[in-house]
Design a protein around this ligand. Structure first.
Ligand SMILES: Nc1ncnc2c1ncn2[C@@H]1O[C@H](COP(=O)(O)OP(=O)(O)OP(=O)(O)O)[C@@H](O)[C@H]1O
Ligand SMILES: [Mg+2]
Length: 345
């Protein structure tokens, strides 16, 4: 108790969006201090028995798909949940120390955002990762709740708000009212599935194998969710599966759109199914207030038009798609009564 009070006085409390693709850290009193890919590179140490962390974040992401034997670049969060406990803990520890300008011996209060579909075993894993990475107290908030707060929606009001968070690993659709999630649906389909779809398409059509990073670049540069009238092209480099040598082909935005039909359909369907389960009063609120899109995947060009067309509802894009979740968690960290209200038991 006494130690906690001292630790509290010397540490800055943190809010963390531990995402499949990116980890963002908000420090109370400082704001957003870190936004890095959730990737850790580890190298076998000299004895060959253990592994040590080589790089975290941007530097580690550059290594994905490019490592020699003895080095592994790992994405420890898969589909929104922790797949590699130890690596996640190492990553958290690194980000916490960085947030505190590498001072050790600080034990912050931590708010961590988790997917709504999380099981109690997974909850415990997140909590324990945070505690052993140095947290003094841990609160878990569901990502759509944090996203709604971050997007400026009044989550405490008796009004229905619908949030769609399209991340790297998952798409979470949720209807929020009175500080709680009324209905929600999570699907394991987000930016990563779009990248996979592009890889498979290029493999089928051109017999070329491209890496994950290249597929992501194609998606961010020329992909659209619906026909735009203007066709863009981009060079794709990969390995020819027949000749086995590197090769370049030119892909068009129309082709990439075809490749993305399935993941986009899955996202639209998740939204429609959640709307179907929404109680009528809240559905009426959503007709007036629209659906709020957040998450990096929502930046896919024209995805908002597709959703508008399919639902006939107003579709709003949050101004900071990437940071809405961490900013919402940060806002809760700054407001203890709100935090206690929205945090998971
Ligand atoms: N302009 C863009 N067009 C399409 N996709 C994009 C764009 N910018 C980023 N993305 C995708 O957004 C995803 C990352 O989004 P975000 O950071 O919200 O995910 P996350 O929070 O880490 O994942 P999750 O919430 O599923 O755990 C990546 O798949 C990335 O490729
Ligand atoms: Mg996310």
């Amino acid at each position: 108790m006494f130690f906690d009070a001292i630790a509290g006085a010397f540490s800055h409390d943190l809010a963390i969006d531990l995402g499949t693709a990116n980890t963002l850290v908000y420090v109370r009193g400082k704001g957003l201090v870190c936004s890095e890919p959730s990737v850790v590179a580890v190298a076998q140490d000299a004895s060959g028995r253990g592994e040590k962390v080589l790089a975290v974040g941007h530097e580690a992401k550059e290594m994905l798909g490019r490592t020699p034997t003895g080095i592994r670049a790992i994405r420890p969060i898969k589909d929104g949940v922790i797949a590699d406990f130890e690596i996640t803990e190492a990553m958290l520890r690194y980000f916490i120390h960085r947030a505190h300008s590498r001072r050790k011996l600080v034990r912050p209060r931590m708010v961590i955002c988790v997917p709504p579909c999380i099981t109690s075993v997974e909850k415990r894993a997140v909590r324990e990762s945070a505690l052993s990475a140095g947290a003094r107290e841990v609160y878990l908030i569901e990502e759509p709740m944090a996203a709604a707060i971050g997007a400026g929606l009044d989550v405490t009001a008796p009004t229905g708000n619908m949030v769609v968070d399209i991340g790297g690993g998952t798409t979470d659709v949720a209807v929020i009212s009175l500080s709680g999630i009324v209905t929600s649906r999570s699907i394991r389909c987000g930016g990563d599935k779009m990248d996979d779809a592009i890889i498979n398409y290029v493999k089928r059509k051109y017999n070329i194998l491209v890496g994950e990073r290249s597929a992501e670049r194609i998606k961010m540069t020329i992909a659209t969710a619906s026909p735009t009238g203007k066709t863009e092209t981009m060079e794709i480099k990969g390995r020819d599966l027949v000749a086995g040598i590197p090769k370049v082909v030119v892909a068009t935005s129309d082709e990439v759109r075809d490749a993305l039909i399935e993941p986009i359909h899955a996202i639209v369907e998740a939204v429609l199914l959640t709307l179907e389960k929404t109680p009528p009063e809240l559905a009426a609120d959503i007709v007036d207030r629209g659906i709020m899109l957040v998450g990096g995947g929502s930046l896919l060009r024209d995805l908002d038009s597709v959703l508008r067309q399919e639902t006939n509802l107003p579709i709003l894009r949050s101004e900071d798609s990437y940071t809405a979740v961490v900013h919402g968690a940060g806002a809760a960290l700054d407001n203890l009564p709100l935090l206690k209200n929205v945090a998971l038991a």
